[in-house]
Ligand binder design. Structure first.
Ligand code: HEC
Ligand code: HEC
Ligand code: HEC
Ligand code: HEC
Length: 394
């Protein structure tokens, strides 16, 4: 299937009704929301949720009476709670916030928001018991049992302490504990009678809240991969590598030298080094200078999904998003690895007339973050890492 077509919904770009199924008298509807990605696609526009959700939800709620609406969302957790606030008809949001791991279920304005962390590192079971009214609440039976357990253990503690007290072992600390436990007991009894009232009320009126329980489990890091899947992924990677190897041969034979090419205004680290030898010596000792070799070592230098961050591109005004990936395969040899101009901007003009055309001296944090994304570097702190790669002054 063409990847792009998969994403394109002719009516609501970036948004599709995925799934609809009846359970009892409740219609379960799952719909999904894609946050506009860093990447831009030539023929697809992904609109923000503000402009697509109102109309879509109106359509869904118009036609369905008794429904339970689930939204899968790649937006941030904060954005998801904004969505929950604005659209009370959504009952459950399952997130995929890249910056967060597990988020245990939390009720925001009667919408449950939760996520398990990405890439299969966690498994989660969220058990939902649908009630007769669309309002999140406690499972009263379970809650009553829970409170009863707590009361039981509290009573046992109390009786032990009171026994000692009767034997005449008077102690200030113990008296305090007894007093505290008695207050707790009162509170538990109060909660229990309130839950019991709810249970009676539910029985009488026949209404029940929606309720949930969840178990999220972290998988051990050293858990072996599934062999069959591993072989499939390996074969797919081989096939991609072969295709790209062929594409590279053509790209090298006729490199893109147009003024619009990614490398057009870039001189290359070797040129910079002729006038800035001390910075070049320093840079050569950093891993940036070996970034391309790293890919070669992994046999990944034909892989378009790796190259963008392991080459010298002008990051001052580019994002990995707007790179025409094909040209990366035939990228000039002297611009392999993360060179000077990645941080200081393209410097062809500066290399000819340095006093007239100046370079960026301090690369801003956002320059680093185009490559040091959460996915590839999960402990990037600008100030600390900047020190490690700051070139020396002459
Ligand atoms: C022909 C020699 C020459 C070459 C080649 C050269 N520079 Fe410079 N560079 C200079 C001089 C001279 C200055 C000081 C300019 C000034 O103070 O007016 C300078 C200054 C800089 C500065 C400080 C900011 C500024 O512009 O004042 C940076 C950063 C820099 N160069 C990076 C680079 C990079 C990266 C390259 C390669 C693309 C490069 N230079 C190539 C001579 C050169
Ligand atoms: C074009 C992508 C790219 C940009 C932009 C970039 N980096 Fe990197 N950085 C990398 C890659 C790739 C590596 C790992 C290279 C390897 O090991 O092969 C790396 C490695 C590093 C390291 C480890 C260096 C060492 O020698 O141990 C530090 C620190 C670092 N980067 C800091 C920064 C900072 C700070 C910025 C912004 C000023 C920045 N990087 C901008 C791609 C980039
Ligand atoms: C979005 C930018 C980006 C992309 C795309 C990218 N990398 Fe990197 N890579 C980095 C950065 C940044 C580092 C340095 C991380 C650090 O210093 O901890 C790095 C480091 C590495 C390292 C050395 C450190 C390690 O983890 O062993 C290897 C190997 C590597 N990348 C391979 C790859 C491969 C293979 C691909 C393609 C599947 C790829 N990279 C795609 C940014 C990227
Ligand atoms: C990963 C980003 C990065 C790369 C790659 C990089 N630099 Fe730098 N460079 C810096 C930072 C950060 C500073 C420090 C700026 C400061 O302290 O004000 C700096 C400072 C400089 C300066 C100014 C020093 C001064 O006089 O204050 C020059 C010149 C320079 N770099 C040249 C180069 C050259 C040449 C290369 C490649 C051989 C290179 N840089 C590669 C980040 C980088």
């Amino acid at each position: 299937m063409d990847f792009r077509q998969y994403y394109r919904c002719p009516w609501h770009p970036g948004l599709q009704t995925v799934y609809q199924k009846k359970k009892g008298s409740t219609e379960i509807i799952i719909t999904a929301l894609t946050a506009p990605p860093g990447k831009t696609f030539k023929d697809i526009e992904i609109l923000p949720w503000e402009s697509v959700l109102p109309e879509l939800l109106k359509r869904i709620t118009e036609t369905t009476e008794n429904k339970f609406l689930i939204l899968l969302s790649t937006y941030s957790n904060e954005e998801n709670s904004r969505i929950a606030k604005l659209f009370p008809e959504i009952n459950l949001i399952i997130g995929a916030d890249r910056r967060k791991g597990n988020i245990s279920p939390q009720i925001h304005d009667n919408c449950l928001i939760t996520q398990t962390t990405k890439q299969g590192k966690y498994q989660g079971v969220l058990d939902i018991t649908l009630g007769s009214i669309r309002k999140w609440g406690l499972n009263s039976d379970e809650e009553a049992a829970n409170l009863q357990n707590k009361l039981g253990s509290l009573n046992w503690q109390l009786s032990r302490l009171e026994e000692k007290e009767q034997r005449g072992e008077k102690e200030k600390k113990r008296r305090k504990a007894i007093k505290r436990l008695k207050t707790e007991k009162q509170e538990l009894n109060r909660q229990l009678s309130s839950v019991q009232k709810t249970i009676e009320e539910e029985k009488r009126s026949g209404t029940r809240n929606d309720c949930f329980t969840n178990r999220f489990i972290a998988l051990a890091k050293n858990l072996p991969d599934d062999q069959a899947t591993r072989i499939k992924v390996g074969n797919l990677n081989e096939a991609i590598r072969d295709l790209n190897r062929k594409a590279k041969e053509t790209a090298v034979k006729s490199p893109d030298t147009s003024t619009s090419s990614l490398s057009y205004n870039i001189a290359g680290s070797e040129v910079c080094g002729t006038c800035h030898p001390s910075q070049e010596d320093f840079w050569k000792k950093t891993r940036h200078a070996k970034a391309y070799e790293t890919l070669v070592g992994k046999r990944k230098h034909f892989d378009l999904s790796c190259l963008a961050c392991h080459l010298t591109l002008n990051m001052q005004n580019a994002t990995t998003a707007n790179m025409q990936q094909k040209t990366l395969l035939g990228y000039p040899v002297e611009l392999q690895s993360v060179g000077c101009e990645t941080c200081h901007g393209a410097g062809k003009k500066h290399s000819i007339r340095p006093e007239q055309f100046h370079m960026v001296k301090n690369p801003a944090e956002k320059v680093c973050l185009t490559c040091h994304t959460e996915e590839h570097d999960n402990n990037f702190e600008y100030d600390r890492k900047l020190q490690l790669i700051s070139c020396p002054t002459d």
